[in-house]
Design a protein around this ligand. Structure first.
Ligand SMILES: *Cc1c(COP(=O)(O)O)cnc(C)c1O
Ligand SMILES: [Zn+2]
Length: 410
Protein backbone atom coordinates (compact mmCIF):
# COMPACT_ATOMS: atom_id res chain seq x y z
CA UNK A 1 0.00 0.00 0.00
CA UNK A 2 1.08 3.56 -0.70
CA UNK A 3 1.56 6.08 2.07
CA UNK A 4 -1.50 7.95 3.26
CA UNK A 5 -3.66 8.06 6.35
CA UNK A 6 -5.38 4.84 7.33
CA UNK A 7 -9.12 4.48 6.79
CA UNK A 8 -10.85 3.85 10.12
CA UNK A 9 -13.75 2.01 8.42
CA UNK A 10 -14.26 -1.37 10.10
CA UNK A 11 -17.57 -2.92 9.05
CA UNK A 12 -21.01 -2.43 7.57
CA UNK A 13 -24.06 -2.33 9.80
CA UNK A 14 -27.74 -2.62 8.87
CA UNK A 15 -29.60 0.53 9.87
CA UNK A 16 -32.81 -1.47 10.24
CA UNK A 17 -31.87 -4.57 12.26
CA UNK A 18 -28.33 -3.75 13.39
CA UNK A 19 -26.76 -6.87 11.83
CA UNK A 20 -23.02 -6.43 11.21
CA UNK A 21 -21.37 -7.36 7.89
CA UNK A 22 -17.79 -7.40 6.63
CA UNK A 23 -16.59 -4.46 4.54
CA UNK A 24 -17.44 -6.11 1.21
CA UNK A 25 -19.32 -5.01 -1.87
CA UNK A 26 -22.78 -5.56 -0.46
CA UNK A 27 -25.81 -3.40 -1.18
CA UNK A 28 -28.26 -4.59 1.45
CA UNK A 29 -28.48 -6.46 4.73
CA UNK A 30 -28.22 -10.25 4.30
CA UNK A 31 -30.85 -10.72 7.03
CA UNK A 32 -33.53 -8.11 6.34
CA UNK A 33 -32.49 -6.36 3.09
CA UNK A 34 -32.18 -3.10 5.02
CA UNK A 35 -29.81 -0.27 4.12
CA UNK A 36 -26.20 -0.63 5.16
CA UNK A 37 -23.99 2.03 6.68
CA UNK A 38 -20.22 2.07 7.18
CA UNK A 39 -19.02 1.86 10.80
CA UNK A 40 -15.73 3.42 11.89
CA UNK A 41 -13.47 3.00 14.88
CA UNK A 42 -13.21 6.66 15.84
CA UNK A 43 -10.93 6.18 18.86
CA UNK A 44 -7.90 7.63 17.09
CA UNK A 45 -9.87 10.82 16.47
CA UNK A 46 -10.81 11.02 20.13
CA UNK A 47 -7.18 10.62 21.16
CA UNK A 48 -5.35 12.65 18.52
CA UNK A 49 -7.97 15.24 17.54
CA UNK A 50 -8.14 16.96 14.14
CA UNK A 51 -4.37 16.41 13.63
CA UNK A 52 -5.26 13.05 12.03
CA UNK A 53 -6.48 15.00 9.01
CA UNK A 54 -3.73 15.90 6.56
CA UNK A 55 -3.59 17.19 3.01
CA UNK A 56 -6.28 19.04 1.11
CA UNK A 57 -9.72 18.46 -0.34
CA UNK A 58 -11.93 15.45 0.15
CA UNK A 59 -9.19 12.94 0.90
CA UNK A 60 -8.04 15.08 3.82
CA UNK A 61 -10.85 13.19 5.57
CA UNK A 62 -9.67 9.75 4.38
CA UNK A 63 -9.70 8.39 7.97
CA UNK A 64 -13.50 8.78 8.03
CA UNK A 65 -13.96 7.46 4.47
CA UNK A 66 -14.18 3.77 3.47
CA UNK A 67 -11.38 3.51 0.87
CA UNK A 68 -8.51 1.58 2.44
CA UNK A 69 -5.74 1.70 -0.18
CA UNK A 70 -4.50 5.22 -0.95
CA UNK A 71 -3.93 4.04 -4.55
CA UNK A 72 -7.72 3.73 -4.87
CA UNK A 73 -8.38 7.28 -3.68
CA UNK A 74 -9.23 8.68 -7.11
CA UNK A 75 -9.17 12.45 -7.27
CA UNK A 76 -9.70 15.41 -9.55
CA UNK A 77 -9.30 17.92 -6.73
CA UNK A 78 -12.81 17.60 -5.23
CA UNK A 79 -13.89 18.91 -1.84
CA UNK A 80 -12.32 21.75 0.09
CA UNK A 81 -15.02 24.02 -1.34
CA UNK A 82 -15.48 27.50 0.11
CA UNK A 83 -17.80 28.31 3.01
CA UNK A 84 -18.71 31.83 1.98
CA UNK A 85 -19.80 34.48 4.47
CA UNK A 86 -22.80 36.26 2.87
CA UNK A 87 -23.46 39.54 4.68
CA UNK A 88 -25.61 41.16 1.96
CA UNK A 89 -27.76 38.10 1.59
CA UNK A 90 -28.08 37.88 5.38
CA UNK A 91 -29.25 41.51 5.48
CA UNK A 92 -31.72 40.80 2.68
CA UNK A 93 -33.34 38.04 4.72
CA UNK A 94 -32.87 39.72 8.10
CA UNK A 95 -30.77 36.79 9.28
CA UNK A 96 -28.01 37.23 11.86
CA UNK A 97 -25.40 35.30 9.89
CA UNK A 98 -25.65 33.43 6.61
CA UNK A 99 -23.04 31.14 5.10
CA UNK A 100 -23.08 29.45 1.71
CA UNK A 101 -21.22 26.19 1.31
CA UNK A 102 -20.60 26.45 -2.43
CA UNK A 103 -20.18 22.97 -3.87
CA UNK A 104 -20.41 24.32 -7.40
CA UNK A 105 -16.66 24.80 -6.94
CA UNK A 106 -16.05 21.06 -7.37
CA UNK A 107 -14.23 19.75 -10.50
CA UNK A 108 -17.40 18.91 -12.46
CA UNK A 109 -19.37 21.71 -10.86
CA UNK A 110 -21.51 19.77 -8.39
CA UNK A 111 -21.62 18.04 -5.02
CA UNK A 112 -21.70 14.74 -6.93
CA UNK A 113 -17.90 14.76 -7.18
CA UNK A 114 -17.72 13.93 -3.48
CA UNK A 115 -19.69 10.73 -3.98
CA UNK A 116 -17.99 9.94 -7.27
CA UNK A 117 -14.62 9.95 -5.54
CA UNK A 118 -15.70 7.31 -3.01
CA UNK A 119 -17.95 5.39 -5.44
CA UNK A 120 -15.27 5.01 -8.10
CA UNK A 121 -12.72 4.44 -5.31
CA UNK A 122 -14.90 1.57 -4.07
CA UNK A 123 -15.22 0.18 -7.61
CA UNK A 124 -11.41 -0.04 -7.67
CA UNK A 125 -11.33 -1.43 -4.14
CA UNK A 126 -13.65 -4.29 -5.10
CA UNK A 127 -11.93 -5.02 -8.41
CA UNK A 128 -14.61 -3.81 -10.83
CA UNK A 129 -13.62 -2.70 -14.33
CA UNK A 130 -16.88 -0.88 -15.16
CA UNK A 131 -19.14 1.56 -13.34
CA UNK A 132 -22.67 2.68 -14.12
CA UNK A 133 -25.26 5.23 -13.08
CA UNK A 134 -28.70 6.42 -14.19
CA UNK A 135 -28.74 10.17 -14.08
CA UNK A 136 -30.62 13.34 -14.87
CA UNK A 137 -27.21 14.82 -15.67
CA UNK A 138 -25.01 15.71 -12.71
CA UNK A 139 -24.25 12.22 -11.46
CA UNK A 140 -23.61 10.96 -14.99
CA UNK A 141 -21.29 13.83 -15.69
CA UNK A 142 -19.35 13.27 -12.50
CA UNK A 143 -19.19 9.45 -12.51
CA UNK A 144 -18.04 9.56 -16.15
CA UNK A 145 -15.23 11.95 -15.30
CA UNK A 146 -14.08 10.01 -12.22
CA UNK A 147 -14.29 6.66 -14.03
CA UNK A 148 -12.14 8.05 -16.83
CA UNK A 149 -9.70 9.35 -14.23
CA UNK A 150 -9.53 5.84 -12.69
CA UNK A 151 -9.21 4.12 -16.08
CA UNK A 152 -12.59 2.37 -15.79
CA UNK A 153 -15.37 1.86 -18.31
CA UNK A 154 -18.50 3.90 -17.48
CA UNK A 155 -22.06 3.09 -18.62
CA UNK A 156 -23.82 6.40 -18.22
CA UNK A 157 -27.59 6.36 -18.73
CA UNK A 158 -28.54 10.00 -19.06
CA UNK A 159 -31.85 11.77 -19.26
CA UNK A 160 -32.46 12.92 -22.85
CA UNK A 161 -33.51 16.38 -21.59
CA UNK A 162 -30.29 16.90 -19.64
CA UNK A 163 -28.78 20.31 -20.37
CA UNK A 164 -26.46 20.71 -23.36
CA UNK A 165 -23.40 21.50 -21.21
CA UNK A 166 -23.98 18.31 -19.18
CA UNK A 167 -24.50 16.19 -22.31
CA UNK A 168 -21.36 17.65 -23.87
CA UNK A 169 -19.41 16.89 -20.72
CA UNK A 170 -20.76 13.33 -20.51
CA UNK A 171 -20.14 12.55 -24.15
CA UNK A 172 -16.58 13.78 -23.74
CA UNK A 173 -15.80 11.77 -20.60
CA UNK A 174 -18.00 8.62 -20.64
CA UNK A 175 -16.82 5.49 -22.41
CA UNK A 176 -20.50 4.54 -22.98
CA UNK A 177 -23.20 7.22 -22.97
CA UNK A 178 -26.81 6.07 -23.50
CA UNK A 179 -29.76 8.50 -23.47
CA UNK A 180 -33.12 7.50 -22.01
CA UNK A 181 -36.67 8.80 -22.30
CA UNK A 182 -39.10 9.32 -19.47
CA UNK A 183 -38.25 9.88 -15.82
CA UNK A 184 -35.43 8.52 -13.71
CA UNK A 185 -37.82 6.49 -11.55
CA UNK A 186 -38.97 4.42 -14.55
CA UNK A 187 -35.53 3.22 -15.62
CA UNK A 188 -33.98 2.67 -12.23
CA UNK A 189 -35.90 -0.55 -11.53
CA UNK A 190 -34.65 -2.19 -14.74
CA UNK A 191 -31.11 -0.99 -14.18
CA UNK A 192 -31.09 -2.38 -10.62
CA UNK A 193 -31.40 -5.90 -12.07
CA UNK A 194 -28.13 -5.45 -13.93
CA UNK A 195 -26.56 -4.34 -10.66
CA UNK A 196 -27.69 -7.64 -9.10
CA UNK A 197 -25.92 -9.47 -11.93
CA UNK A 198 -22.76 -7.49 -11.13
CA UNK A 199 -22.36 -6.36 -14.72
CA UNK A 200 -21.01 -3.10 -13.34
CA UNK A 201 -20.36 -1.34 -10.07
CA UNK A 202 -23.46 0.40 -8.69
CA UNK A 203 -22.69 4.13 -8.71
CA UNK A 204 -26.37 4.90 -8.06
CA UNK A 205 -27.66 6.75 -5.04
CA UNK A 206 -30.24 4.30 -3.75
CA UNK A 207 -28.24 1.67 -1.86
CA UNK A 208 -24.48 1.94 -2.16
CA UNK A 209 -23.04 2.64 1.31
CA UNK A 210 -19.55 3.45 0.04
CA UNK A 211 -20.71 6.06 -2.40
CA UNK A 212 -22.74 7.99 0.13
CA UNK A 213 -19.77 8.39 2.45
CA UNK A 214 -18.12 10.94 0.17
CA UNK A 215 -20.87 13.46 0.91
CA UNK A 216 -20.07 13.23 4.62
CA UNK A 217 -17.05 15.40 3.95
CA UNK A 218 -19.42 18.34 3.42
CA UNK A 219 -20.17 18.22 7.14
CA UNK A 220 -16.54 17.63 8.14
CA UNK A 221 -15.48 20.63 6.07
CA UNK A 222 -18.18 22.87 7.54
CA UNK A 223 -17.03 21.71 11.00
CA UNK A 224 -13.40 22.49 10.36
CA UNK A 225 -14.06 25.73 8.43
CA UNK A 226 -16.01 27.12 11.39
CA UNK A 227 -13.28 26.18 13.86
CA UNK A 228 -15.49 23.33 15.15
CA UNK A 229 -18.29 25.75 16.05
CA UNK A 230 -20.76 24.71 13.35
CA UNK A 231 -23.77 26.83 12.34
CA UNK A 232 -27.04 26.46 14.26
CA UNK A 233 -28.84 25.38 11.09
CA UNK A 234 -27.67 23.59 7.94
CA UNK A 235 -30.02 23.59 4.94
CA UNK A 236 -29.36 20.63 2.64
CA UNK A 237 -30.94 19.90 -0.74
CA UNK A 238 -32.67 16.51 -0.83
CA UNK A 239 -33.46 14.28 -3.80
CA UNK A 240 -32.71 10.71 -2.68
CA UNK A 241 -31.27 11.96 0.60
CA UNK A 242 -27.58 11.09 0.48
CA UNK A 243 -26.43 14.64 1.24
CA UNK A 244 -28.81 14.90 4.16
CA UNK A 245 -28.05 11.48 5.65
CA UNK A 246 -24.30 11.83 5.15
CA UNK A 247 -24.14 15.33 6.63
CA UNK A 248 -26.24 14.33 9.62
CA UNK A 249 -23.86 11.46 10.23
CA UNK A 250 -20.76 13.58 9.72
CA UNK A 251 -21.95 15.99 12.40
CA UNK A 252 -22.81 13.10 14.68
CA UNK A 253 -19.33 11.61 14.29
CA UNK A 254 -17.76 15.01 15.09
CA UNK A 255 -19.95 15.22 18.15
CA UNK A 256 -19.08 11.68 19.25
CA UNK A 257 -15.36 12.37 19.15
CA UNK A 258 -15.79 15.65 20.98
CA UNK A 259 -14.81 18.03 18.17
CA UNK A 260 -18.12 19.92 18.38
CA UNK A 261 -20.37 20.59 21.35
CA UNK A 262 -23.71 20.37 19.60
CA UNK A 263 -25.05 19.28 16.27
CA UNK A 264 -26.73 21.73 13.91
CA UNK A 265 -30.43 21.48 13.15
CA UNK A 266 -30.71 19.91 9.69
CA UNK A 267 -33.24 21.23 7.18
CA UNK A 268 -34.27 19.06 4.21
CA UNK A 269 -34.94 21.21 1.14
CA UNK A 270 -36.97 19.90 -1.81
CA UNK A 271 -38.55 21.23 -4.99
CA UNK A 272 -42.35 21.45 -4.68
CA UNK A 273 -42.65 19.43 -7.90
CA UNK A 274 -40.72 16.55 -6.29
CA UNK A 275 -41.42 16.80 -2.58
CA UNK A 276 -42.37 13.37 -1.18
CA UNK A 277 -40.17 13.78 1.89
CA UNK A 278 -41.26 17.33 2.75
CA UNK A 279 -44.86 16.27 2.27
CA UNK A 280 -44.64 13.20 4.49
CA UNK A 281 -42.85 15.29 7.10
CA UNK A 282 -45.58 17.92 7.28
CA UNK A 283 -48.42 15.34 7.10
CA UNK A 284 -46.76 13.25 9.78
CA UNK A 285 -47.44 10.21 7.59
CA UNK A 286 -45.43 7.68 5.63
CA UNK A 287 -43.37 8.40 2.57
CA UNK A 288 -45.59 8.16 -0.54
CA UNK A 289 -43.81 7.82 -3.88
CA UNK A 290 -44.91 10.56 -6.32
CA UNK A 291 -45.30 10.63 -10.09
CA UNK A 292 -43.35 13.75 -10.89
CA UNK A 293 -43.09 16.04 -13.88
CA UNK A 294 -40.33 18.46 -14.84
CA UNK A 295 -38.75 20.80 -12.30
CA UNK A 296 -36.02 23.35 -13.03
CA UNK A 297 -34.19 21.79 -10.10
CA UNK A 298 -33.30 18.76 -12.23
CA UNK A 299 -30.99 17.28 -9.62
CA UNK A 300 -33.83 17.22 -7.10
CA UNK A 301 -36.25 15.37 -9.38
CA UNK A 302 -36.73 12.14 -7.42
CA UNK A 303 -40.34 11.16 -6.84
CA UNK A 304 -39.43 7.86 -5.25
CA UNK A 305 -36.43 8.28 -2.96
CA UNK A 306 -36.91 4.75 -1.57
CA UNK A 307 -35.29 3.62 1.64
CA UNK A 308 -32.89 6.52 1.83
CA UNK A 309 -35.89 8.85 1.69
CA UNK A 310 -37.45 6.95 4.59
CA UNK A 311 -34.19 7.30 6.46
CA UNK A 312 -34.20 11.08 5.94
CA UNK A 313 -37.72 11.18 7.35
CA UNK A 314 -36.61 9.10 10.32
CA UNK A 315 -33.68 11.43 11.01
CA UNK A 316 -35.90 14.52 10.71
CA UNK A 317 -38.35 13.09 13.23
CA UNK A 318 -35.72 11.69 15.58
CA UNK A 319 -33.57 14.83 15.77
CA UNK A 320 -36.11 17.62 15.44
CA UNK A 321 -35.13 18.70 11.92
CA UNK A 322 -37.23 20.64 9.50
CA UNK A 323 -38.35 20.02 5.91
CA UNK A 324 -39.56 22.49 3.30
CA UNK A 325 -40.04 22.93 -0.41
CA UNK A 326 -40.14 25.70 -3.00
CA UNK A 327 -41.82 26.25 -6.37
CA UNK A 328 -39.77 26.54 -9.55
CA UNK A 329 -40.40 30.32 -9.74
CA UNK A 330 -39.06 30.76 -6.19
CA UNK A 331 -36.01 28.66 -7.06
CA UNK A 332 -35.22 30.81 -10.10
CA UNK A 333 -35.68 33.96 -8.01
CA UNK A 334 -33.28 32.60 -5.38
CA UNK A 335 -30.78 31.81 -8.14
CA UNK A 336 -30.86 35.45 -9.36
CA UNK A 337 -30.73 36.82 -5.83
CA UNK A 338 -27.64 34.78 -4.94
CA UNK A 339 -25.90 35.90 -8.12
CA UNK A 340 -26.72 39.59 -7.62
CA UNK A 341 -26.11 39.91 -3.90
CA UNK A 342 -23.01 37.74 -3.49
CA UNK A 343 -21.74 36.92 -6.97
CA UNK A 344 -22.38 33.21 -6.52
CA UNK A 345 -23.74 31.69 -9.72
CA UNK A 346 -25.59 28.49 -8.90
CA UNK A 347 -27.71 26.28 -11.10
CA UNK A 348 -31.41 25.97 -10.21
CA UNK A 349 -30.78 22.70 -8.36
CA UNK A 350 -28.11 24.47 -6.35
CA UNK A 351 -30.35 27.42 -5.54
CA UNK A 352 -33.20 25.17 -4.37
CA UNK A 353 -31.93 25.09 -0.80
CA UNK A 354 -31.78 28.90 -0.68
CA UNK A 355 -35.33 29.16 -2.02
CA UNK A 356 -36.52 26.81 0.71
CA UNK A 357 -34.66 28.84 3.33
CA UNK A 358 -36.36 32.01 2.03
CA UNK A 359 -39.75 30.38 2.41
CA UNK A 360 -39.09 28.99 5.89
CA UNK A 361 -37.96 32.45 7.04
CA UNK A 362 -41.00 34.12 5.45
CA UNK A 363 -43.26 31.56 7.18
CA UNK A 364 -41.46 32.19 10.49
CA UNK A 365 -40.53 28.54 10.82
CA UNK A 366 -36.86 29.40 11.37
CA UNK A 367 -35.38 31.80 13.91
CA UNK A 368 -33.46 34.52 12.01
CA UNK A 369 -31.33 35.21 15.09
CA UNK A 370 -29.23 32.13 14.29
CA UNK A 371 -26.25 31.30 12.12
CA UNK A 372 -27.54 29.49 9.08
CA UNK A 373 -25.50 27.62 6.47
CA UNK A 374 -27.00 26.73 3.10
CA UNK A 375 -25.50 24.01 0.93
CA UNK A 376 -25.53 25.32 -2.64
CA UNK A 377 -24.78 22.17 -4.55
CA UNK A 378 -24.09 23.10 -8.16
CA UNK A 379 -22.64 25.75 -10.45
CA UNK A 380 -24.82 27.70 -12.86
CA UNK A 381 -22.25 27.19 -15.58
CA UNK A 382 -23.61 23.75 -16.51
CA UNK A 383 -27.26 24.65 -16.92
CA UNK A 384 -29.14 25.95 -19.89
CA UNK A 385 -31.59 28.78 -19.64
CA UNK A 386 -33.14 31.41 -21.85
CA UNK A 387 -30.55 33.99 -22.84
CA UNK A 388 -31.07 37.70 -22.30
CA UNK A 389 -31.84 39.48 -25.62
CA UNK A 390 -28.78 39.41 -27.86
CA UNK A 391 -29.38 42.83 -29.46
CA UNK A 392 -26.02 44.66 -29.17
CA UNK A 393 -25.27 48.37 -29.61
CA UNK A 394 -22.51 49.93 -31.73
CA UNK A 395 -20.92 52.72 -29.66
CA UNK A 396 -18.83 55.75 -30.44
CA UNK A 397 -16.79 57.80 -27.95
CA UNK A 398 -19.66 60.02 -27.01
CA UNK A 399 -22.47 57.46 -26.75
CA UNK A 400 -20.37 55.10 -24.65
CA UNK A 401 -19.53 57.85 -22.13
CA UNK A 402 -23.16 59.02 -22.06
CA UNK A 403 -24.44 55.52 -21.32
CA UNK A 404 -22.09 55.01 -18.38
CA UNK A 405 -22.68 58.50 -16.95
CA UNK A 406 -26.44 58.09 -17.19
CA UNK A 407 -26.35 54.74 -15.46
CA UNK A 408 -24.06 56.00 -12.71
CA UNK A 409 -26.38 58.89 -11.90
CA UNK A 410 -27.96 58.29 -8.50
C1 LIG B 1 -28.01 14.88 -6.80
C2 LIG B 1 -28.01 16.27 -6.39
C3 LIG B 1 -28.64 16.68 -5.20
C4 LIG B 1 -29.45 15.76 -4.33
O1 LIG B 1 -28.68 14.92 -3.58
P1 LIG B 1 -29.22 13.63 -2.79
O2 LIG B 1 -28.05 13.25 -2.03
O3 LIG B 1 -29.64 12.64 -3.83
O4 LIG B 1 -30.38 14.02 -1.95
C5 LIG B 1 -28.53 18.01 -4.87
N1 LIG B 1 -27.89 18.90 -5.64
C6 LIG B 1 -27.27 18.54 -6.77
C7 LIG B 1 -26.57 19.57 -7.59
C8 LIG B 1 -27.32 17.22 -7.19
O5 LIG B 1 -26.72 16.89 -8.34
ZN1 LIG C 1 -30.91 -5.92 8.55
Amino acid sequence: MNAGPESLARSLVCIECGAAHALDYRLECAKCRGLLAVVYDLDVLRRRGPAVFTGHGLWRYAPVLPIADPAHRVSLGEGGTPLIECPRLARHFGVRRLLVKFDGANPTGTVKDRTSATAVGAALQFGFTATSVVSTGNAGSSIAAYSARAGLRAFIFAYERASAPKLLHMSATASDLVLYKGVYDDLIGLWDRLVEERLFFDCGASRNAYKQEGKKTLAWEIGEQTGWRPPDVVVAPVAVGEIFIACARGFREMHEVGFIERMPTMVAAQATRANPIARAWSDGGRLQPQKIGYTVAEGLAAGNPGRKGEWVLHLLREHGGLAGHAEDEEILAAQRLLARTEGIWAGPTGAGSLAVLARLLADKRLDPGQTIAVIVSETGLKTEAELPPRAGVAFDDESLRRLVLERLRP
